[in-house]
Design a protein around this ligand. Structure first.
Ligand code: GNR
Ligand code: NI
Length: 175
C-alpha cells in the first residue's frame, strides 16, 4: 500500500467529473488500498480518487473515533439515492484545502448506493459526520469542493490563501 501525495486546490483535476468504474478488479482494489493508506496517513476521515489525481468514481471514508477500532469503507460508483429535507451545518475542512475551514449546510441524513471492494452492491445510511463525509466525498468525484457551497466572498478569500500556500510550497520544494 502506498501513501500518495494529495493534490491541493486550485487544480483542474479537482474540478473534473470523474468516470464510473466499469469493473471492480485488482487495479481498483489497489487504488482503494492506496487511498485508505493515504487517508489514514494524512490523517483524514475521507478521501476521493481525484485528490490523488485519479479521475475515477471511488471514495473511502472512516469516521470512527480515535479510540474506536477503524471502520474503513470503500465506495465505488457511489450514488445518493435519498437525502433528508432537514439539514445540518458542519464546519468542514478538506485535505486539498489544508488549514481552511468553513460552515457548510447539507442534508442531515443520506442514503448512498455503491459497489464495495468485492464488487457487491451495498447501501449505507448515514447521519452526523458520516452524512457530511459521504456528501463531501461524492462532491469531489463530481468536481465540487466544499468552498463551492459557501459564499463567493469566503470562497475567494480561501482560494487566495491557497494560491499563496501553493506558491510557498513550490518554492520550498525547489530550495
Ligand atoms: O478529513 C476530513 N475531514 C473533514 C471534516 C469535516 C468535513 C469533511 C471532512 S472530509 C476531510 C478529508 C477530505 O478532504 N476528504 O475529501
Ligand atoms: Ni475533501
Amino acid at each position: 500500500m502506498a501513501i500518495l501525495p494529495i493534490i491541493w486546490a486550485p487544480d483542474p483535476v479537482l474540478k473534473t467529473k470523474c468516470k464510473p468504474v466499469e469493473a471492480v478488479d485488482d487495479e481498483v482494489r489497489r487504488l482503494v488500498d492506496d487511498m485508505l493508506a493515504t487517508m489514514y496517513a494524512a490523517p483524514g476521515v475521507g478521501l476521493a480518487a481525484p485528490q490523488i489525481g485519479v479521475e475515477k468514481r471511488v471514495i473511502v471514508v472512516d469516521v470512527a473515533g480515535k479510540d474506536e477500532k477503524p471502520q474503513p469503507i470503500a465506495l465505488i460508483n457511489p450514488e445518493i439515492t435519498w437525502a433528508s429535507d432537514d439539514t445540518q451545518v458542519y464546519e468542514e475542512g478538506c485535505l486539498s484545502l489544508p488549514e481552511m475551514y468553513a460552515d457548510v449546510e447539507r442534508p442531515a441524513r443520506v442514503k448512498v448506493r455503491y459497489l464495495d471492494r468485492d464488487g457487491a452492491r451495498q447501501e449505507i445510511e448515514g447521519d452526523g459526520l458520516m452524512a457530511v463525509c459521504l456528501q463531501h466525498e461524492i462532491d469531489h468525484i463530481d468536481g465540487v469542493l466544499f468552498v463551492d457551497r459557501i459564499s463567493a466572498l469566503k470562497r475567494n478569500m480561501i482560494m487566495k490563501k491557497m494560491v499563496k500556500a501553493k506558491k510557498l510550497r513550490s518554492r520550498e520544494q525547489a530550495a
